[in-house]
Design a protein around this ligand. Structure first.
Ligand SMILES: NC(=O)N[C@H]1NC(=O)NC1=O
Ligand SMILES: [Zn+2]
Ligand SMILES: [Zn+2]
Length: 510
């Protein structure tokens, strides 16, 4: 007798129950499993919990508060001198004592380079590093992925490439290049597909399929951006006076290319000042009643705190809709301290002298610079030419997303910066730039995007330090910082806690 013959009479009576079970399983149980999988995206099993510490950064000031999280949102922020008790039937209380509970950082200037250059970085490693650094959302730049994100199709392709690979919220800037700058349909399609705004370069970007735009090209995009109430972010250098050919990573070998001063001379302050002068001319269109009223111009990675900043201040005072960021590395490092051949410090515009660094800090503290980003722009290690130490030919870009918080805190607290100021530059202001109204502060109804960190804990980034971004060459290596991230929550999911990451969460801001 075959096995089937044996089972047949047994199954006969079971046919209907089996059928019912299958249908029930598919309709009721499978969705439940999906939900549990999503819940498994957190290191914490709870979906309703309370965070407490003596130093919570709220819109009412910093102090002892409890922050209640339910699902993805903050459902209450309450002042109280003691941690609430964990009682049966009540949400679990996580008491972080004297640590700081703060809105997660939002880094609006990050190059994740996927698809197309995953050997440089990627969604997985880049967002793991961000989560470990207390960053709960990044906005990815349209370069250096391949293709660059200049059309709707390219953006859709990038969104697809991110599926199942991200630990935090990720949004996207679209790219503005001369080919489409005057084509409103292409730009509108890109914005409709979810781009949070546009980004362009006023000088060669180092990536061939992302050519430079002129101020006129940028001006042409502004009425489209006005219609959507979105910003254009601009890399503010123009090759003026005409090039020292060395800066373009081509040309003949140049003597003393290992000297940082040599590199600094190749990209003078005048490049930055002239670009911003041209840009602030076209930004006049954003003024109230102007042809691009509703659009916004954002200057990325300000490195010069002298003439360039003065022009930006003037444009703001005259009513143009303008903001400016600087990067953690301009606030942490100074040209005089960069060793010969140390190309891990190469970026553009370059890190300038310590006098300028102090002026950048003063401008932040005086409210003249609006926010800070990482401009995390990695490449493979070989492109950094660490052995030759050739500053003129090495890839220009600093990897450091994981260290933004400790670097800002260490250098800022030494200059009188408060935790609330830091939170404003790293969370509230970038949320506004990227138009993310549910993010940036700890308030009722907002996304539960939270970092808990210890300002007093210090550490050295050495060869043993766990670095999560892909290519572990960084300007921050060898330096000592205070400000250790304890844990990071993204929309109520605990995605990082002291060396451990949750499974990926896969949420996009588009
Ligand atoms: N292409 C690219 O990422 N360039 C960036 N690197 C850098 O240091 N400045 C930049 O604009
Ligand atoms: Zn740039
Ligand atoms: Zn950049």
């Amino acid at each position: 007798m075959e096995l089937g013959d044996l089972l047949r009479p047994l199954l006969r009576g079971w046919t209907i129950p089996l059928l019912l079970f299958t249908v029930g399983y598919t309709l009721v149980y499978l969705p439940q499993i999906e939900k549990e999988l999503d819940e498994g995206c957190s290191l914490l099993p709870d979906t309703h919990f309370v965070l407490y510490s003596k130093r919570v950064v709220t819109t009412q000031g910093i102090g002892p508060y409890s922050v209640e999280v339910e699902g993805e949102r903050i459902v209450s922020v309450t002042k109280r001198s003691e941690a609430p008790k964990s009682l049966p039937g009540k949400p679990r209380v996580l008491d972080y004592g004297n640590a700081v509970i703060m809105p997660g950082l939002i880094d609006t200037h990050v190059h994740l380079n996927e698809p197309g250059r995953v050997e440089w970085e990627g969604f997985l490693t880049g967002t793991m590093a961000a989560a470990a650094g207390g960053i709960t959302a990044v906005v990815d730049m349209p370069l250096n992925s391949r293709p660059t994100i200049t059309t709707k199709e390219h953006l859709e392709n990038k969104i697809k490439a991110s599926k199942g690979k991200i630990f935090i919220d990720v949004g996207f800037w679209g790219g503005l290049v001369p080919e489409y700058a005057h084509n409103a349909t292409v730009l509108e399609d890109l914005l409709d597909a979810g781009a949070l705004g546009l980004k362009s370069f006023m000088c060669p970007s180092g990536i061939n399929d992302f050519p430079a735009t002129t101020a006129k090209d940028i001006q042409a995009s502004l009425p489209v951006l006005a219609k959507y109430g979105r910003p254009i972010l601009v890399h503010q250098e123009v090759v003026d006076p005409p090039a020292d050919p060395a800066h373009l990573m081509q040309g003949e070998p140049v003597s003393n290319a290992r000297s940082y001063q040599r590199y600094l001379n190749s990209r003078p302050i005048s490049w930055e000042t002239e670009a911003v002068r041209q840009l602030m001319e076209v930004a006049k269109d954003t003024r109230s009643g102007g042809v691009a009223d509703g659009a916004h111009v954002h200057v990325v990675h300000l490195s010069d705190a002298t003439n360039t900043l003065s022009i930006i201040k003037e444009a703001k005072a005259e009513g143009s809709s303008v903001t400016v960021e600087t990067c953690a590395h301009y606030l942490a490092f100074a040209a005089e301290d960069i060793p010969e051949g140390a190309t891990q410090y190469k970026c553009a515009p370059p890190i300038r002298d310590s006098r300028n660094r102090e002026l950048l800090w003063k401008a932040l503290l005086d409210g003249e610079i609006d926010m800070i980003t990482s401009d995390h722009s990695p490449s493979t290690i070989d492109l950094k030419l660490l052995e030759e130490g050739d500053f003129l030919k090495a890839w220009g870009g600093i990897s450091g997303i994981q260290f933004s918080l400790p670097a800002t805190w260490t250098h800022g607290s030494a200059r009188g910066m408060s935790i609330e100021q830091m939170s404003n530059w790293w969370s509230a202001a970038p949320a506004k730039l990227a138009n993310l109204p549910r993010k940036g502060t700890l308030e009722f109804g907002k996304d539960a995007d939270i970092v808990v960190w210890d300002p007093e804990a210090s550490f050295v980034i050495d060869g043993h330090y766990p670095i999560y971004f892909k290519n572990k060459v960084t300007a921050y290596m060898g330096h000592k910082y205070s400000g250790k991230v304890i844990t990071t929550f993204v929309r109520g999911r605990q995605v990082f806690e002291e060396g451990l990451h949750s499974p990926k969460i896969n949420i996009l801001l588009v």
